[in-house]
Design a binder for this molecule. Structure first.
Ligand SMILES: [Zn+2]
Length: 479
């Protein structure tokens, strides 16, 4: 049996992310509208369905014919012409996709399937990335024909010129998105007529240029619509474009940051950073060697450290801002490598040891299957200790593919639940983020812990074979 050691270090430290729990994408509760949407069993006798099947069969047949072509048999001119004609047809194809996605949204299928968003629904249904799913949703919103709610009458797409050019095969998805993204950035104060003229102008340009050239023209058109920037300075526009995001660590352990701060937040942040970012001369009077960006970076860290040390940040799941680290005895002894934190980050072992020297360390021993063998302190399994143990066991949400780190998660009861045993043990619990906790509860995903690892079985509409899934993001399976 391999013995690992787990250090739990209660220290206020570098977790800026701990203050950004309000993630609307995780808290928007899905609403159940209709239990009868699992329509796979119901016979669908509509003639439209026959037409759908026939059209898709024809589409497959055409692709089979194209796949079978021997292009070496054709002249240069025929190959070039063929490529041009093929691409034009491919560029028409997304019009079908827009209609499908718009139909899915009109029918509220993502809600009926209890998915947090259309993107999440598309990811489950057809395995596209969440980012691509959001792009598909925007495409459908802008380019699919709309239906009047009252009369059912079919109305033109929101961007009719772009939609027509796509349907015709004259412009591709990259062209279309460059234009629709640009129009989305047009300040609300610009008149509808001006917006329509800009759309038509950009579509005409897109018919003759590649997407990169078009993107430059898009930026120019934005400037032309709001030459002195005054229209984009309205409170409504600022409200719409404000954003701040710390992304997942890259492979060098660094956190990318992206954002656009409102005048108020920008003013507060610069006011708070400026005294902390002042140049610090060396002891011998030499100039501060740090660049101004590096001083600002260090000042931001100092600001967060002071906020955490002040101890007045909101408490999360019964814990004050705390960072948990896991490490093996080998790592501690070698004093090299990186350990993972329950916030989903990685920290060099030597930094951990420096922090540990200042604070309380709780050793925790677990076996190679991840079963907790021993808590460092003699105590009953209190809720806090249990959650600490779950943080360390699961590392984060146990739902397959979920990237939510442990400190943002809740502990969910598994199948053996404590209703039957009246006692909660680690084996009955799993870490799940808020969204997946609700999803598992409401939709009947089956959750169990086997040899320390959590397995979750999907409902039939997602996986007809119902193969149990596990999240390898935080705990990769051993080969
Ligand atoms: Zn999750």
């Amino acid at each position: 049996m391999q013995i690992g050691s787990v250090l739990s270090v209660a220290v206020p430290t570098v977790v800026l992310v701990s203050t950004t729990f309000d993630r609307p994408d995780l808290v928007s509760a899905p609403v159940l509208v209709d239990g009868g949407t699992d329509g796979s069993d119901e016979p669908d006798l509509s003639a439209e369905m026959d037409e759908l099947d026939a059209a898709l069969d024809d589409f497959a047949t055409v692709l089979d014919r194209l796949h079978a072509l021997d292009l070496t048999a054709y002249t240069d001119v025929r190959v070039e012409d063929g490529l041009r004609r093929y691409v034009a047809q491919c560029r028409r194809a997304p019009t079908v996709r827009h209609a499908f996605v718009a139909e899915v949204i009109d029918r509220c299928l993502p809600v009926a399937r209890r998915c947090s968003s259309t993107a999440a629904y598309l990811r489950n249904l057809i395995r596209i990335s969440a980012g691509e799913g959001r792009a598909w949703e925007r495409d459908a919103h802008d380019l699919a024909p709309r239906r009047a709610l009252s009369t059912g009458e079919v109305l033109p797409a929101r961007r009719p010129a772009v939609a027509a050019a796509v349907r015709e095969g004259a412009i591709g998805t990259s062209h279309a998105r460059a234009i629709t993204d640009t129009l989305r950035q047009v300040p609300a104060a610009v008149s509808t007529d001006e917006k329509v003229r800009a759309e038509v102008k950009l579509v005409r340009y897109a018919r003759r240029h590649d997407p990169n050239t078009l993107a430059r023209r898009c930026a120019e058109v934005l400037d032309e619509l709001d030459p002195d920037g005054s229209l984009g300075s309205t409170p409504e526009h600022r409200d719409r474009v404000r954003t701040f995001r710390i992304s997942a660590q890259n492979r060098h352990g660094m956190f990318p940051v992206k954002g656009l701060l409102s005048p108020e937040v920008g003013a507060m942040l610069t006011a708070a950073l400026s005294p902390l970012a002042a140049p610090q001369p060396g002891p011998d009077g030499s100039a501060d060697p740090r660049r101004v960006e590096q001083r600002d970076h260090d000042a931001l860290g100092e600001l967060a450290r002071r906020a955490l040390a002040a101890g007045d940040l909101p408490v999360r799941h019964g814990f004050a801002a705390t960072v948990l680290y896991t490490a093996t005895i080998d790592q501690i002894e070698a004093r090299t490598g990186e350990v993972s934190t329950a916030h989903g980050g990685r920290v060099p072992v030597r930094d951990l040891l420096r922090l540990a020297a200042e604070t309380r360390v709780i050793p925790l021993v677990f076996d190679s299957d991840g079963q907790v063998l021993h808590f460092g302190e003699e105590q009953r399994l209190a809720t806090g200790s249990q959650r600490h143990a779950l943080y360390l066991l699961d590392g984060g949400c146990t739902f397959e593919g979920c990237a939510i780190p442990a400190t943002w998660c809740q502990s969910a009861h598994g199948a053996e639940g404590f209703q039957t045993t009246r006692r909660t043990t680690i084996d009955d619990l799993a870490l799940l983020c808020g969204f997946h906790h609700r999803l598992v509860d409401t939709e009947g995903w089956f959750i169990e812990r086997i040899n320390g690892r959590v397995w979750i079985t999907p409902p039939k509409w997602i996986d007809p074979d119902q193969v149990p899934r596990t999240n390898e993001r935080f705990r990769p399976l051993q080969e």
